[in-house]
Write a protein that binds this ligand. Structure first.
Ligand SMILES: Cc1cn([C@@H]2O[C@H](COP(=O)(O)OP(=O)(O)OP(=O)(O)O)[C@@H](O)[C@H]2O)c(=O)[nH]c1=O
Length: 624
């Protein structure tokens, strides 16, 4: 590729990391020839907006925290230190409000109807972190350059019918303000003043100018950066910290953004959209011991945090808060609603605040954006089914972990008094247990389904069969993502019987249901066989039986899409997969190459592997 911008070529040979899951940012930067890795940030976008004087300060601070989280995590978790980490955050502002990504369709409607007929601003805050690790330490020196860009956009007057048609297209859901100017959303726009790509998610022009300033000849920022900032201030030193997921705002190990109660005052950026400047993060002395201790404390307390999440979910705390008129309640009111003691409820709510699950202002508790996203029982991405499964099934199994390790067996019998293994066995014969299991699988499929369904280009295929597809949630995601695809969901008769509990809002007649046992019965004919969260449950022997049946059913050119948590090739992570393995019976967790080998022996060649950064990854293998 011809590099028109000489600055981009200056980055050759450097480990550049985009700390963003946004496919648009990836595309914009790839298009100009930048070589980089994508490591999506785990920083939760929960900064208290009220603490920022302007929307762009909020966007810049969020961008900075996203990038910092990745810069801190990489030396620890990826065992490599990036040279440059880029973070960004896009917000839409109208009527003094900051609009981020809608949590559901109603939210998208609220946003879009507010934007209708008006001019609004789109701000993207960007942080560029220049890092280098001090030799033989895990300390990271970091310089942060941040800036923002503003673009004005005017929407035409939009009828409700048009808005709903647009919302039902699914496009608004992962986009700030609930629209994508680069796609269908472009139809809503009357004019754009300013950088178009800034609206799409990344102000490329200003970014390249900033790089130009950073990588300009001697005397520039980077040349000074290992000693002093241009203002003569000390080098930023960022010790490695734990990921935001396990160290949410407000927790003891958290060292950056304000927590929900505003206890940590943010280092609110004074970023200006025309001048580059360097923010000084606190300088820390190396205190390796303290880092290790806080990691230990986090591990020791991990089970308490999980149980707080499970208990608050079981008591429906998040639903109760959502249902209140204003979305906020005091501890006494919550206690009354969940029929629990005031003191116990207050402690639970306070613990939830410390874990980033709730916010508290004065005495009023509200859900955080993360909880609204994943913890409302009727939300489109609700994890409540899986949380209930973890609480009722996985938790008891883990209380017997020591015996499981000593004996090398699954502890179902000890925990539940019955030998049980997967859906067919005695334990699962109870209706409510079956339903709970299906709800768990349903929520995983809902949350990961879109990423799995869009992981590969399947446009040349006409039919798919989702083997063991449980409630059909994944099958519907495939149908939604691929307009030319009909999907057959194949599962045990008792599963198919119960699918009535999970009827989708927008049923699609391209999805059909067939009852059968994939080990015993003939498989429906299809071009694509989907195995999502199936193979890990079975031994290699059983996997071979199933794959040979699929191979027989396949015509040349057909493919198998396996979706699982893929272990790293050295089996050192991700811990999510290795922790799950501890309560497994017959099955095992495997890496992408292990799956590819299993498939290869049945004539399927691994075509592509996709790490989705969601709950499940995916591999596509094609018949030779
Ligand atoms: C207005 C507008 C926004 N977007 C997307 O909205 C997301 C904003 O969210 P974010 O929080 O800044 O980023 P993210 O997607 O959550 O990714 P991450 O950086 O990992 O937080 C980004 O994707 C943008 O492209 C469009 O694609 N088109 C538009 O017209």
């Amino acid at each position: 590729m011809v590099l028109m911008n000489p600055v981009i070529s200056k980055l050759t040979g450097k480990l550049v990391v985009l700390a963003s899951a946004s496919p648009r940012r990836l595309e914009i930067l790839t298009n100009v020839g930048l070589r980089f890795e994508v490591v999506p940030s785990w920083f939760k976008e929960t900064l208290d907006k009220r603490l920022f004087k302007t929307p762009h300060e909020y966007a810049v601070e969020t961008a900075k925290q996203k990038a910092l989280e990745v810069a801190k995590r990489m030396p620890f978790k990826h065992l490599k230190t990036p040279d440059i980490v880029i973070g960004a955050d896009t917000v839409v502002t109208v009527d003094g409000l900051i609009l981020e990504k809608p949590v559901d369709k109603q939210d998208a409607y609220r946003m879009l109807s507010r934007l209708s007929g008006k001019e609004h601003s789109v701000f993207t805050g960007v942080a560029i972190i220049l890092c280098h690790e001090k030799e033989d330490t895990f300390q990271l020196n970091a310089f942060i350059i941040d800036f923002y860009e503003e673009t004005k956009v005017k929407f035409a007057d939009l009828s409700d019918d048009l808005l709903w048609e647009y919302i039902n297209s699914g496009e608004p859901m992962d986009k700030a303000g609930g629209y994508g100017i680069q796609a269908l959303g472009g139809m809503l726009v009357e004019y754009v003043h300013g950088d178009f790509l800034n609206v799409v998610g990344f102000p490329l022009n200003q970014f390249c100018k900033k790089l130009g300033l950073i990588f300009s000849p001697p005397g520039s920022l980077t040349h000074n950066s290992t000693q002093n900032s241009p203002q003569g201030s000390p080098v930023d030193t960022v010790p490695p910290a734990e990921p935001a997921a396990s160290s949410p705002p407000g927790s003891p190990t958290h060292n950056g953004p304000p927590d929900s109660q505003g206890q940590n005052i943010p280092s609110a950026s004074t970023a200006h959209n025309v001048s580059t400047h360097v923010n000084n993060v606190r300088e820390h002395e190396t205190e390796d011991g303290k880092e290790k201790l806080s990691k230990m404390i986090e591990l020791m307390d991990g089970f308490k945090a999980s149980k707080v999440l499970f208990t608050a979910s079981k008591l429906r705390v998040f639903d109760v808060l959502r249902s209140s008129k204003t979305g906020e309640l005091q501890a006494e009111d919550v206690a009354q609603e969940i029929k629990a003691s005031i003191m116990g409820t207050e402690r639970l709510l306070e613990a939830c605040v410390s874990l980033g699950l709730l916010q508290r202002t004065g005495k009023e508790y509200t859900n955080t954006a993360m909880s609204r996203h994943f913890l409302l029982s009727d939300g489109p991405l609700s994890l409540q089914g899986y949380i209930q499964h973890c609480n009722e099934l996985v938790w008891p199994l883990f209380t017997h972990l020591e015996t499981a390790v000593r004996e090398g067996t699954n502890q179902h019998e000890k925990a539940f008094g019955k030998t049980s293994n997967l859906f067919q066995d005695a334990y699962y014969s109870r209706h409510e247990v079956k339903l709970r299991f299906m709800k768990a699988m349903h929520s995983i499929a809902k949350v990961s389904g879109r990423d799995v369904a869009t992981a590969f280009d399947l446009s040349k295929y006409k039919t798919a069969c989702d083997l063991g597809g449980c409630t059909g949630a994944m099958a519907y995601e495939f149908a939604k993502a691929h307009p030319g695809l009909s999907v057959t969901m194949f599962d045990l008769p008792e599963v198919i019987e119960m699918r009535g509990h999970f009827r989708p809002h927008d049923a699609d007649d391209r999805v059909s249901f067939v009852a059968g046992d994939f080990f015993k019965d003939e498989l429906p004919k299809a071009d694509v066989y989907i195995l999502a969260r199936i193979l890990h449950d079975w031994s290699d022997e059983k996997v071979h039986i199933l794959l040979s049946k699929i191979a027989k059913a396949c015509n040349p050119g057909c493919c198998v899409l396996v979706s699982e948590i893929f272990l790293d090739e050295d089996r050192k992570g991700p811990s999510r997969g290795l922790l799950q393995a501890l309560s497994m019976t017959e099955g095992r967790q495997r890496s992408a190459s292990e799956y590819s080998l299993l498939l290869k022996s049945h004539g399927f060649t691994a075509a592509q592997v996709k790490h989705t950064h969601n709950l499940l990854d995916a591999i596509l293998c094609v018949t030779e």
